[in-house]
Design a protein around this ligand. Sequence first.
Ligand SMILES: C[S@@+](CC[C@H](N)C(=O)[O-])C[C@H]1O[C@@H](n2cnc3c(N)ncnc32)[C@H](O)[C@@H]1O
Ligand code: SF4
Length: 376
Amino acid sequence: MTGNPLGLYIHWPYCTRLCPYCDFNIYRQRGKDEALFQALLEDINWWANEIVPRPLTSLSFGGGTPSLLSPEQVAQIITLCRKKFGFIDSAEIGMEANPTDAEAGKLQAFADAGINRLSLGIQSFDNDVLKFLGRNHNAREARRAIEKAQNIFDNTSFDLIYATPDQTPKHWRRELETALSFNTPHISLYQLTVEPGTAFEKAVKRGTWSPLPDEKEATLYAMAQDICAKAGLSGYEISNLAKPGYESQHNKLYWLSHDFIGIGPGAHSRVTLQAQRMAAETILHPRDYAQELPPQRFFMEALTREDQITEFLLMGLRLKQGLDLARYKNLAGKDLPAKPRDQLIKDGLARIDNHHFALTAKGRLLLNTIVLELMD
Ligand SMILES: C[S@@+](CC[C@H](N)C(=O)[O-])C[C@H]1O[C@@H](n2cnc3c(N)ncnc32)[C@H](O)[C@@H]1O
Ligand code: SF4
């Protein structure tokens, strides 16, 4: 890839049902919200004037549930992005979709609209777990959606959630074996997190159930890495595994601290304007968002050098390949501090390989603490 990559993210915040674990910026779908859709189109135009537009390396529809958009709306957004920015030849145009039959029925139309990567929120192949997670699909629909997606798209992925209360290694192995039986080129495995403000947090506070202890979570994590590696899927990032060449190009922009524009309620942007790295956040509520005009929807500020270094470390060290030491030096104006660096290597938590500083699998579990040590 040449030049400074640029991606664009579209946040569609609506879901037909809100899952009790989810703390994304989400709202119950109550109608089509044409006003929000129009606002997204305005924003694409606005950003194309704000920065010097260059061909997009990726476009990503996330949410919420962007598969609730109509294929015509998706086509309209892709067409506008092509007109205003253009795409590099190998651009990834990805979408998250829920596996309910209603949405699986639209997959071919999404492909015809220009989507070339599809990621399904499967979460589990076990009906009891799906019920616990409050999902509005069952295991049969999950399997059918994967098969259907793989018949249409070359580049597919799905999400699973593990470390649900009482999950045993045997149960997780069965889930993984089912997952791997589809031979999907990419999967995301998310450890269940009890997020503040969610229905799950209230349930845990009431004592309805307890999260799995850390050691058990770590066992399930290591197991998954091992089983998936044997099936040819490399854990290239903490929660993401792929066959060679199928890593998520859009998410890599985040992990590599490249430029991305985030459009839609609550979306974040990082863009370089006149050699200054800027951060933008947007209004959270879709109604307020649609009532404003850009630039009032965007709160933009320059990132300090320290903020940039923290982000570079926090994001880059999620990747198995680690972070580029030359880029670190360029950003920080000095080398990675030798004392914590050497101690981490000595403790088996990090290594230097091919001019990259990377955490080992053990180190990645301690990411936040390690970044604090490196920032001292
Ligand atoms: C924004 S959701 C989009 C997917 C789509 N809306 C769906 O649910 O099918 C992205 C993924 O984050 C994961 N996720 C969200 N909240 C989580 C939590 N608290 N713990 C673990 N995984 C979570 C789920 O696997 C979900 O599929
Ligand atoms: S997990 Fe997906 S469907 Fe469930 S609330 Fe979050 S974004 Fe919506």
